[in-house]
Design a protein around this ligand. Structure first.
Ligand SMILES: NC(=O)c1ccc[n+]([C@@H]2O[C@H](COP(=O)([O-])OP(=O)(O)OC[C@H]3O[C@@H](n4cnc5c(N)ncnc54)[C@H](OP(=O)(O)O)[C@@H]3O)[C@@H](O)[C@H]2O)c1
Length: 385
């Protein structure tokens, strides 16, 4: 039986994780839940799953929850509460499904405490990848990706000697603007950008999918998780989102990983690894006629992808700078303060305004994150519509 701490239980990944738990009552149980501001949903989740520890972002919501619940779990709030959920002694597996760099410290602490950490929160790997690997190694933790492309690579690369891997390819649906001309993309509205063709996800990652920054963050994530060079990681546009990744070997052949586009699949893979048992996702139906297509991304229309490669090649704190700028520019776009095309421009200007340094500590990357956010916010102030 795996006992779970789910950080970000009220989000898209968090709720899908609970669906997977519901399908496997013999194998999975819930020990702690952490949410942000959605107190109604976390209340309902507590009543259903009866975790012994729960945390919300604000103190006022923690008080509200204590008054509402029909039983008495430990109730915490803020960053300390997140840590209490992540490090709960009753939990052996942590699902890191908070959005953004806010998930960094709890992911690191759980790895250092020797937990199995199933990471959806790609930002923590982008911002502090080397620190996460060090925490895993020193704490003898386990790091398993939930991102579908990286779960696919985990399946494709397991047990392969690194010298036999020529390259990997992660696929991108191309987002809602895949076939749009540049002029139309420049003027895209929030509503258009949130209209993802194949995946139903939280708002931040949906915008990142429209700019292809999500794919850029995933390129950096793949470099961290699988120890690959930037030139070994390629992106292939595949609108059907059925092939999630490809591994290319030195003899010139490729292996592909295929499953439907339902996040419950990679979530179950990470939670139950190395076991494979029937779950809530139907097996892939090969008896249906399908057409798959593959193409190359256009870096002129999707400059965020090129910026991610630039940050990966620069190394050190460059990915943290880019990630912080992107979190701020996406939030400003969602709030209607800047236009869609301002996202890559703000990201590029912020990235080039700070010199990257070698990564030394969690405090240093958090300080870099803070500095980059200040630069991005100043940029946004100047360009507010
Ligand atoms: N959705 C997908 O299909 C998908 C696929 C691959 C990877 N990912 C990655 O998984 C992560 C989560 O994505 P998502 O789509 O599930 O996002 P989401 O639906 O927006 O959910 C985010 C979760 O984080 C919580 N949260 C946000 N800020 C917080 C803070 N400061 N402190 C504590 N909790 C906070 C939210 O709480 P409230 O809602 O209660 O405020 C919610 O539970 C992201 O890093 C994303 O890139 C997602």
């Amino acid at each position: 039986m795996r006992r779970l701490a789910i950080l970000g239980s009220t989000g898209s990944i968090g709720t899908s994780t609970l669906d997977v738990v519901a399908a496997h009552p013999e194998q999975l149980s819930v020990v702690s839940l952490s949410a942000g501001r959605n107190r109604e949903l976390v209340r309902a989740q507590c009543e259903r799953w009866r975790p012994s520890c729960v945390s919300v972002a604000e103190e006022e919501d923690a008080r509200w929850l204590a008054a509402q619940l029909s039983y008495r779990p430990e109730i915490h709030c803020g960053a300390k509460g997140l840590m209490a959920c992540a490090l709960h002694p009753g939990a052996d597996t942590v699902v890191a499904a908070i959005v953004g760099a806010a998930g960094l410290a709890s992911t690191e602490a759980a790895l250092r405490a020797g937990r199995r950490v199933c990471v959806a929160n790609k930002e923590s790997l982008v911002v502090g990848g080397s620190l996460m690997l060090r925490a895993r190694d020193e704490g003898r933790g386990e790091l398993l990706p939930i991102d579908s492309e990286h779960a696919a690579l985990h399946q494709l690369l397991a047990g392969r000697p690194s010298e036999t891997i020529r390259e990997v390819r992660i696929t991108a649906s191309g987002g809602p603007f895949r076939d749009w001309p540049l002029e139309r993309i420049r003027a895209a509205t929030v509503e258009e950008a949130l209209n993802h063709p194949t995946w139903k996800m939280g708002p931040k990652i949906t915008i990142d999918s429209a700019t292809l920054m999500n794919k850029g963050l995933e390129v950096i994530e793949a470099a961290v998780l699988f120890g690959l060079r930037p030139d070994q990681i390629k992106v292939t546009v595949h609108p059907q989102s059925q092939v999630h990744a490809m591994a290319g070997f030195t003899d010139g052949s490729y292996q592909l990983q295929v499953c439907g586009n339902d996040m419950k699949h990679p979530i179950q893979y990470a939670l139950l690894y190395p076991d494979r048992i029937p779950g809530p996702v139907q097996p892939y139906d090969w008896d249906q006629m399908r057409t798959w297509s593959f193409g190359i991304p256009d870096l002129e229309r999707f400059p965020c992808l090129a910026l991610a490669y630039e940050a990966l090649r620069a190394g050190g704190t460059a990915p943290a700078i880019l990630n912080a700028a992107n979190e701020e520019s996406v939030a400003a776009f969602l709030a209607g303060r800047i236009g869609f095309w301002d996202i890559p421009t703000c990201n590029r200007d912020t990235l080039s305004s700070l010199a990257p340094e070698p990564v030394r500590s969690l405090e240093q990357v958090l300080e870099t994150d803070h500095m980059a956010r200040l630069r991005a916010c100043t940029w946004i102030e100047k360009h507010t519509c």
